[in-house]
Ligand binder design. Structure first.
Ligand SMILES: Cc1cc2nc3c(=O)[nH]c(=O)nc-3n(C[C@H](O)[C@H](O)[C@H](O)COP(=O)(O)OP(=O)(O)OC[C@H]3O[C@@H](n4cnc5c(N)ncnc54)[C@H](O)[C@@H]3O)c2cc1C
Length: 224
C-alpha cells in the first residue's frame, strides 16, 4: 500500500481552539512544547476530546483491497472519496490473459516454490490490480476472478454489471480526511490483534505518515 499525507492542520490551531475556552491566548508558544502539553492535557487526559477535532488530516491511500475498503467505510467520522469501478474498470480491457486458461488448482500445481509464483510475469502484471495474501490458493483464486472479470469486460458487458464479479482483493484508492479524535479511535481499534491484517498494516502506515510532532497524540492508542 502507498500512503501519502496530503495536508494537515497545525498544532497551533488546536491549541488556539483550547485557549479560546479560557481566553488564554497570551500563553501560546505557536505550536511549541507548551501548546503540545496543553493539547495532550485537555484533549486526552481531561477527555475534552472534541478539541482534537480541530486537527484534521487528509491522506491519499492507494493499493488497498476492497475488503479493507468496506471496513474503512464503517468509520463514520471520516470522509472517503473512493476510486469508482464504474468509471475505471476499462483499465482491464487492454490486458492480455492473466491465467492462460488455467484454474486455481492448475496454477497451484504449475510452480515448485513460492518465490517463482510472485515473480511470474502474469502475477507481476496482476499485482497492479490485486492485493496478495501470500496464501497461494487464495491468490490464484483471485487471479482467476480477475481473468473472469477481464473476459466479461472484453465481451462488452458494461462496467456497472461487470463490477459484480470483482474479487475482494481488487485494489482501490481513496482520499480520506479524518480528525485526530476519530483517528485515535481508528488506530486503537484497527491496530489491535483482532483486526484484519491489512487494516492493521494501514493503521501502522497512517501513524507513520503523520507529522512527527503529531505522533505523540496517538502513541497510547496503538495496541501493544
Ligand atoms: C476487530 C473488529 C471486528 C469487527 N467485526 C465486525 C463485524 O463482524 N461486523 C460488523 O458489522 N462490524 C464489525 N466491526 C466494525 C465495528 O463494529 C465498527 O463499525 C467500526 O470499527 C467503526 O468503529 P466506530 O463506530 O467506533 O467508528 P466511527 O463510525 O468513526 O464512530 C466514531 C465514534 O463516534 C461515536 N458514534 C458514531 N456513530 C454513533 C452512533 N450512531 N451512535 C452513538 N455513537 C456514535 C462512537 O463513539 C464511535 O466510537 C469490527 C471492528 C473491529 C475493530
Amino acid at each position: 500500500m502507498n500512503i501519502t499525507l496530503m495536508q494537515h492542520s497545525s498544532l497551533e490551531v488546536c491549541a488556539h481552539a483550547i485557549r479560546t475556552c479560557w481566553q488564554s491566548f497570551d500563553n501560546s508558544d505557536d505550536g511549541g512544547e507548551k501548546d503540545k502539553d496543553l493539547i495532550n492535557r485537555v484533549g486526552n487526559k481531561f477527555k475534552h476530546a472534541s478539541t482534537l477535532e480541530h486537527l484534521t488530516y487528509t491522506f491519499y491511500i492507494a493499493g488497498v483491497s476492497r475488503a479493507l475498503l468496506q471496513e474503512l467505510a464503517r468509520h463514520r467520522m471520516a470522509s472517503p472519496s473512493v476510486k469508482s469501478t464504474r468509471y475505471t474498470l476499462k483499465e482491464l480491457k487492454d490486458e492480455i490473459s492473466f491465467t492462460d486458461g488455467m484454474s486455481a488448482v492448475e496454477l497451484t500445481e504449475k510452480y515448485t516454490n513460492k518465490d517463482e509464483v510472485y515473480a511470474d510475469k502474469h502475477m507481476v502484471r496482476a499485482s497492479k490490480y490485486l492485493v496478495w495474501t501470500d496464501e497461494l490458493i487464495v491468490d490464484f483464486s483471485s487471479i482467476v476472478a480477475l481473468e473472469n472479470l477481464r473476459l466479461a469486460l472484453v465481451s462488452g458487458i458494461s462496467n456497472d454489471k461487470a463490477k459484480f464479479c470483482l474479487p475482494e482483493s481488487y485494489k482501490t484508492e481513496l482520499t480520506w480526511t479524518i480528525n485526530a479524535r476519530s483517528l485515535q479511535n481508528f488506530i486503537a481499534l484497527r491496530s489491535a490483534k483482532a483486526a484484519l491484517w491489512e487494516i492493521r498494516d494501514l493503521a501502522d502506515a497512517l501513524y507513520q505518515a503523520l507529522p512527527s510532532e503529531h505522533q505523540y497524540l496517538f502513541n497510547d492508542c496503538i495496541a501493544k
